[in-house]
Design a protein around this ligand. Structure first.
Ligand code: ZN
Length: 175
């Protein structure tokens, strides 16, 4: 055994740089141009970017404008109402998640809440999201919508069954 060999072993192992984690679907800026976007185009972009299966029943949700809406967007049944400046794919996904949530049983909603509480402190993407934007910590319904909106298909696999018609095995693709 020569000393040269041993000194080779003692060299520090180079640490590979870890790629910096970023939010998969960052927030779109408010559009104050005053022009109305094509809501069907918003829907098409949403389905592609969030990996929603073309056969998802969510693609038939009605999308409308209301310039006098008190909120950027809201959902009634299967209709989503947008202030024109907030009609973008991310806001659409947040609202669609509320429809998906309404399809869960009480028991599933409770189960999601337990997992959300656990994963927000352990999942790297959820930790990153909540270090930037805490709106999803308001309650589990908003948490469900914010995880769908900002993480989409990159959410923890264990949460996907809680997104009926989006990422569950019935209504959406899960990759
Ligand atoms: Zn919401």
């Amino acid at each position: 055994m020569c000393w040269k060999k041993i000194s080779e072993w003692l060299k520090p192992v180079p640490i590979k740089p870890v790629p910096k984690l970023t939010i998969p679907h960052p927030e779109e800026a408010q559009d104050n141009s005053g022009e109305l976007v094509d809501l069907e185009h918003v829907r098409d972009v949403w389905m592609i970017v969030w990996h929603v299966k073309a056969s998802s029943p969510m693609k038939t949700v009605e999308l409308v404008f209301d310039p006098n809406s008190p909120y950027p967007a809201y959902t009634i049944g299967r209709k989503i109402v947008f202030q024109p400046s907030w009609a973008n794919p991310g806001v659409l996904m947040h609202e669609i998640c509320h429809i998906s949530w309404s399809l869960l049983t009480d028991k599933q909603q409770t189960q999601f809440g337990i997992l959300h509480d656990q994963l927000k402190g352990t999942d790297p993407y959820m930790k990153l999201l909540y270090s930037i934007n805490t709106y999803g910590l308001t309650n589990h319904i908003e948490g469900h919508a914010e995880i769908g909106r900002y993480l989409g298909q990159f959410m923890p696999e264990i949460l996907k069954p809680f997104y009926p018609c989006l990422y569950d095995s019935e209504g959406g693709q899960s990759h």
